[in-house]
Design a protein around this ligand. Structure first.
Ligand SMILES: O=C(O)CCC(=O)C(=O)O
Ligand SMILES: [Fe+2]
Length: 355
């Protein structure tokens, strides 16, 4: 089935350093295929990123169609006037939901600004379990499609969590029970747009970061995403978008739950490579996060999660506080001077460099 009109976009060049992520099959993972499961476990420990082939499986085909629809909706959303979009910037109320204008976040210590705009839609809003936020008509009129996308993305998240639960030898459903779709959490859809950007002086569109929550389900069509593999001599590598696949990556909470056994990889977005730099770039993300009150600490009850070093006491930080801190730390409208250190999550652990 042709889900994405990738043909009309300039091709991803074949002469840029590209990471060979595992391509895992949703169909095989749903069957608990043993080779696929082994590859999955290895990918989650070593790089924390993989492609998931969604084709020819009912739920996978549904989410590919949902993503097509949502890309069209996001084109219409971002085409609205800046004044209209700015009505939905809730950062002053310490909320990361709604609109983040282009250039609202700092990307480095020098004070360079990002070049991507976002619109974040709360899962809790779509599921009617929070005070509804004001939304532009294009969102209001498509709540059903947005909710369907969340439901399908959450089913993928659930599968990934169940497989990890097994790998970690945790009591049944330990991870799933911290990510119930009908409980309060910071789960969200994010739509992003960045304008065409010729290869510039190396200022990223979106600064290097690890994702704040548990599992990210990402759809993009143009290059621009890069990951920084572990190790002291690592160099940024491109992630090539593949039709019919989403990209799955692990976030901070799984690093905290497993004391670093699972990996949340640093990634960033820069200008799209080659001819692609002349096109506007959109991406569509589902971020799943632990329920608001879950503490981000090493989990008990597993023989494979490494113990904490002698004498180390973990901070008591809830999933909700962790995500809000990270999401708003680099917003220039909220701080006299942005302190990039305060925006960090598990990046230092992610580098896997012994100090
Ligand atoms: O746009 C992309 O490909 C990735 C975006 C991303 O990393 C994020 O929004 O956290
Ligand atoms: Fe990210």
């Amino acid at each position: 089935m042709d889900h994405e009109n990738l043909d009309s976009l300039p091709p991803f060049p074949d002469d840029v350093p590209t990471i060979l992520l595992d391509r895992l099959s949703l169909t095989k993972l749903l069957r608990y295929d043993s080779d696929e499961y082994r590859k999955f476990c290895r990918a989650c420990e070593n790089i924390g990123f993989f492609y998931l082939d969604l084709r020819n499986e009912g739920q996978g085909d549904s989410i590919l169609s949902d993503a097509d629809e949502l890309f069209k909706i996001s084109e219409q959303l971002f085409a609205l006037d800046f004044e209209e979009k700015s009505k939905y910037d809730h950062s002053k109320k310490r909320s990361y939901y709604g609109y983040k204008p282009l250039g609202a976040g700092q990307v480095d210590e020098k004070g360079n600004l990002d070049s991507v705009e976002f619109y974040n839609i709360a899962k809790d809003d779509l599921f009617g379990i929070m005070e509804p936020l004001p939304q532009p008509d294009i969102i209001q009129n498509n709540r059903y499609k947005l909710k369907t996308f969340v439901t399908n993305a959450h089913a993928i998240v659930r599968l990934v969590l169940d497989l990890l639960n097994e790998h970690l030898q945790l009591p049944p459903s330990t991870l799933a029970n911290m990510h119930c779709i009908d409980q309060h959490s910071g789960d969200q859809i994010r739509m992003t747009r960045s304008p065409p950007q010729p290869m510039n002086d190396g200022v990223p569109r979106l600064a290097g970061h690890t994702d704040f929550g548990s599992i990210t389900v990402l759809f993009n069509r143009l290059g621009g995403l890069q990951v920084l593999p572990p190790g002291p001599d690592a160099e940024w590598k491109w992630v090539k978008p593949l039709p019919g696949h989403c990209i799955i990556n692990l976030g901070d909470s799984l690093v905290k739950f497993t004391n670093g056994l699972l990996r949340s990889n640093i990634h960033r977005v820069i200008s799209s490579p080659g001819e692609q730099a002349r096109s506007t770039r959109y991406s569509l993300v589902y971020f799943s996060r632990p329920e608001d009150n879950v503490l981000l600490k090493r989990l008990e009850g597993s023989a494979v999660i490494p113990p904490l070093p002698e004498g180390v006491v973990e901070e008591d930080v809830s999933s909700k506080d962790w995500v809000i801190r990270r999401a708003l730390a680099n917003r220039t409208n909220l701080h006299d001077k942005v302190n990039m250190e305060s925006a960090l999550g598990t990046e230092k652990i992610s580098r896997r460099i012994k100090v």
